[in-house]
Design a protein around this ligand. Structure first.
Ligand code: PRX
Length: 573
């Protein structure tokens, strides 16, 4: 257990949520809804509420987006964002795209990426954001599963879109310079510059879809987690009380929109709250990140444990070369935030790093540390007002303090996923105990109601905050001609949380070698994505399997960690 009695007191000044317990007692989601114009007009669209509502108020000239990467710097006011997203919506609509169509955005971060995402939502399309690191198989699986009608991408990434295997894909919309277009291709920037800055927004129902985030489970292909416009209520509210966003803040979320953090908290929460949102393209480096914090005068910073651990690894001296005095609130998500990292943060940033817990499926933050609340390093915090969380056993009984069990959330809440695309069976699996959403995480609560994360119940791997399904990696591995069988596990790692380790048995005629290891790694990297490639590969004569032929990852993990293998009664021989 990672329990400590260490306590870091909450802030008393200037935060949006001053009394957590009081807010819980009196909380009502319907009061939050009154923030939005649809409360009165009945006209719903999350993109409108994020951008147009501010553009049409006295905030039109306020900077909404500040983009920078090593080669480009640009800013857009809410009014400029309104026009750009309208133009993108016009281009999509002219192509015949409409409400309910699935449109993917597969490109590195850039202003156009955000225009496309919001423009598509403005015409009622359902957006599937994809990491630029995805390779052909990963792209194909997601577009096929969702029957995507269009993809916005760049000329550099186009070769990873297997158009001939995607009969439903009608349009490839390219973002780049000097494009030579082929059939069914559109030049987004050129078309936007010709398009009207006005758009008739598609007013939708709160329960209509807006996002499809694919994420990994322990079995099967990635699942399309479907989110609806109603999620805005929670994006807005958590932006206010967890991110503590205030009028003059300059906010930076380091996540890519290919990950749910990069949409819920990289797009919606900041803009629904009308604050200036900084987006930084390009790769991670401690210098660039500290430079961004300093030069952009970031006040609220949302990142991930892996990044904090890498910054910690870069040392304390580098921190003192930058002026980080504007930073007033730091948050983390995606993996357990080590108490050690929090202590280091107190030392170098002179403030707490606030852990937040949630999942792709939950759509928004659920268990968090709030600026005004005392923090216990190692704890994810307490549920947001309006949400009930509990530790329950497999029969649905709530467990007393310090007993480890399923981390469960009472259904529903505003930003909860509404389905798994094409897969009602998978969706139902989360709700097998009536009245609860079962997260798949195990945790315990202390007697004061703080939650402590313990691990995943299934085999899902969390490497640098990215969720990787072992099945997907195993499936790719066995496509390699040398590989007979493969079993994949997460191996604990001090910086990345976990790394991917593959156990492999070879086909007849193949011998283990360092070249083969490199080749296999490259094979997964190029076929699936870099973050899914095993960092460690170990060859075995045979892998442990059940009599029904399922590889027993649990046994592989026990081997790896030198733990007892447990019950082996179902093993093959
Ligand atoms: O295991 C938990 C871990 O990440 C999983 C969700 O991953 P994903 O859907 O990719 O979304 C991450 C960003 C919302 C969870 O089931 N996780 C997330 N946050 C934390 C965490 N583990 C420990 N502490 C956290 N704060």
């Amino acid at each position: 257990m990672n329990h400590t009695e260490e306590r870091l007191p909450g802030r008393k000044d200037r935060c949006n949520l001053t009394d957590y317990e009081q807010e819980r007692r009196t909380f009502d989601w319907q009061e939050i809804e009154k923030t939005f114009s649809w409360h009165e007009t009945g006209k719903v669209n999350i993109a409108y509420e994020s951008i147009d509502r501010h553009a049409l108020s006295d905030k039109g000239d306020k900077i909404a987006l500040r983009y920078s990467d090593p080669t480009r710097q640009s800013s857009y006011t809410f009014e400029e964002m309104r026009k750009k997203t309208n133009q993108a919506g016009q281009v999509f609509r002219k192509l015949g795209l409409k409400k309910g169509d699935r449109l993917f955005v597969f490109m590195p971060r850039s202003p156009e990426c955000y225009f496309a995402l919001l423009g598509a939502i403005k015409i009622g399309a359902i957006v599937g954001p994809l990491f630029e690191a995805f390779m052909e198989t990963a792209v194909r699986d997601r577009l096929q599963d969702s029957g995507a009608a269009a993809i916005v991408t760049t000329p550099e990434l186009l070769h990873r879109v297997p158009v001939s295997e995607l009969p439903e894909l009608k349009h490839v919309i390219l973002v780049g310079e000097d494009l030579k277009l082929e059939d069914h291709q559109t030049d987004l920037i050129a078309e936007m510059s010709q398009a009207s800055e006005k758009l008739e927004i598609e007013w939708v129902d709160r329960e209509d879809g807006m996002l499809l985030h694919y994420t990994s489970g322990s079995t099967g292909k990635p699942k399309g987690v479907y989110h609806v416009h109603n999620a805005m209520i929670q994006h807005y509210y958590t932006g206010k009380i967890v991110l503590d966003l205030q009028e003059e803040d300059v906010y930076w979320c380091t996540a890519d929109p290919g990950w749910v953090t990069g949409t819920s908290y990289g797009i919606f929460a900041p803009w629904l709250n009308g604050v200036t949102n900084v987006v930084r393209g390009g790769r991670f480096s401690p210098q660039d990140w500290y430079d961004t914090l300093q030069s952009q005068e970031i006040t609220v910073w949302y990142s991930a444990p892996t990044a904090f651990r890498m910054l910690m690894g870069a040392g304390n001296d580098i921190v003192s070369q930058y002026d980080l005095s504007k930073v007033r609130h730091i948050l983390s998500v995606g993996e357990p935030l080590n108490p050690e990292v929090i202590r280091w943060g107190m030392q170098v940033y002179k403030q707490r790093i606030h852990d937040t817990w949630w999942m792709t499926e939950t759509g928004a933050q659920l268990i968090c540390n709030y600026p005004s609340m005392d923090m216990k390093p190692g704890s994810m915090g307490k549920p947001i007002p309006g949400v009930e969380a509990a530790i329950i056993d497999d029969q649905g009984n709530e467990l007393p303090p310090y007993r480890m069990g399923n981390l469960a959330i009472r259904t529903p809440w505003p930003s909860m996923m509404r389905k798994i695309w094409n897969n009602p069976g998978k969706y139902q699996e989360y709700f097998y105990l009536s009245g609860w959403y079962i997260s798949g995480d195990s945790a315990y609560q202390d007697e004061e109601g703080y939650f402590f994360f313990q691990g995943r119940i299934d085999d899902v791997i969390n490497t640098s905050g990215e969720r990787v399904g072992p099945f997907e990696v195993e499936s790719k591995l066995v496509e390699h001609p040398a590989i007979a069988e493969a079993g994949v596990i997460g191996k604990p790692d001090p910086v990345r949380g976990e790394i991917i380790k593959a156990f492999i048995s070879l086909r007849k005629g193949y011998e283990p070698s360092e070249e083969l290891i490199q080749e296999i790694r490259a094979f997964v990297k190029e076929g699936l994505s870099a973050h899914a490639a095993p960092r460690e590969i170990e060859f075995k004569e045979k892998l442990p399997k059940t009599r029904s032929g399922k590889i027993m990852r649990r046994v592989l993990k026990a081997w790896e960690l030198d733990l007892p293998t447990g019950d082996l009664s179902t093993i093959e021989d």
